[in-house]
Design a protein around this ligand. Sequence first.
Ligand SMILES: [Zn+2]
Ligand SMILES: [Zn+2]
Length: 131
Amino acid sequence: MSETPAACPCSICAEPVERHTESYCNGCGRLFHLNQREDLPGRDCGTVSLSEAHLALEFLCAACDEAAADAPAELAAVLDLAEAAGAAGMSEAALAAEAAAGRLPHRRTAGGALLFERAAVERLARAGGGA
Ligand SMILES: [Zn+2]
Ligand SMILES: [Zn+2]
């Protein structure tokens, strides 16, 4: 019984994964290559980064990493009225009034929805914090 079990293939490149490159994606849970040893050769089919939110290592296979990179970053930085109200801790009406008064940079879509930049909303929330 000296036979070693066949190594599981990487979900990205389908090559067998060595023990020191064995990593599981936090996005899809699949096995992929990530060389965890600087002294050994190994391929990387994904990335690892330190999550500041969880203070833990986050493994992402190349497929999930690409999907994350494809999501436009500005989406997260743009808020609609309800989201902005939540972020600012204000009512939607109060926020709309701030926008109408020109105190909050905003954009109105063709559909009539108000869009705000997260940074501007947070600035307003800080400025109005003492009111
Ligand atoms: Zn691979
Ligand atoms: Zn993945």
